[in-house]
Design a protein around this ligand. Structure first.
Ligand SMILES: [Cu+2]
Length: 136
């Protein structure tokens, strides 16, 4: 009876905990996985920016993004301003997209160099953009 209880407990632990012996994990890694490229190994830093209007001014918010050098940056852009299409550009990474009214776009880049870079709306000079600080 004691052996049956011990066997059931062990089976429950293996079955419900997701535990697998180390040798079976290594076998799966060898059989099915492809080594990741350098770009795929980068940690991902994701933001969501809203384009809003406040007292007649169009603004991308938040206006300051902090990133570590080497990260893969993903920025989701949502244009909630009622005034139509707006742009989002980052010259240093060759990014220039138009976000239509009430639509979403996503831009991505690898933060491969340090520094303070600007993002802005390339369609409207008065549109308030912001900065991305890429730190060491
Ligand atoms: Cu704009």
């Amino acid at each position: 009876m004691t052996k049956w209880v011990a066997a059931l407990c062990c089976a429950a632990f293996v079955g419900f905990s997701g535990y697998r012996p180390a040798h079976s994990q290594k076998a799966e890694e060898k059989a099915g996985s492809v080594p990741k490229t350098e770009a795929e190994q980068r940690p991902v830093r994701e933001f969501t920016l809203l384009n809003i209007e406040f007292e007649g001014s169009k603004i991308w918010v938040p206006g300051t993004l902090l990133v570590k050098k080497g990260e893969h940056v993903k920025i989701n852009l949502i244009n909630n301003a009622p005034s139509g299409a707006h742009g989002f550009a980052i010259d240093e990474f060759g990014i220039k997209v138009v976000v239509e009214n009430k639509k979403k776009e996503t831009v991505e880049f690898d933060a491969v160099k340090e520094g303070l870079i600007n993002f802005y709306c390339h369609l409207h000079v008065a549109h308030i953009g912001g900065q991305i600080l890429i730190m060491k």
